[in-house]
Write a protein that binds this ligand. Structure first.
Ligand code: ATP
Ligand code: MG
Length: 113
């Protein structure tokens, strides 16, 4: 199992939700608002060598836990749904998930996703 964590532009959330829902690959997701910065330190352009204090930009974080064999497809779908081609489109992190427990039933692992 893997967690796909995508930090995206807030105004792309609806697109992403629609694409993900239509795909039928995803059983659940969590969304939160985050502040952060990337390579441009929160500015439209970053002049090399210039000292800047990073500005924190509001983005949306989408967390989706999936079976290993769905990761590539889910990552592709997210990219398709949210890419504009401009800086600040966001980033996707993929990490291993050790265990999942469905609290109601006690199911564990892949069955609990
Ligand atoms: N290395 C990182 N670790 C944690 N969060 C990050 C990292 N890089 C980016 N983020 C988060 O993702 C958001 C979007 O990042 P962004 O798309 O600007 O990345 P980037 O690497 O600068 O790519 P680009 O050059 O396309 O802008 C940031 O505002 C921040 O919240
Ligand atoms: Mg950036």
């Amino acid at each position: 199992m893997k967690k796909v964590e995508a930090i995206i532009r807030s105004d792309k959330l609806e697109n992403l939700k629609e694409t993900i829902t239509t795909s039928g690959l995803v059983k659940g997701l969590s969304i939160s608002q985050v502040l952060g910065y990337g390579n441009q330190k929160g500015f439209a352009e970053f002049v090399r060598g210039q000292r800047v204090i990073p500005a924190l930009l509001a983005k949306v974080k989408v967390e989706i836990v999936v079976h290993d064999d769905s990761v590539d497809e889910v990552v592709d779908l997210i990219c398709q749904a949210v890419r504009t081609g401009e800086v600040g489109d966001g980033k996707i992190f993929v990490s291993p998930i050790e265990e999942v427990i469905r609290i109601r039933t006690g199911e564990r692992g892949g069955d609990a996703i």
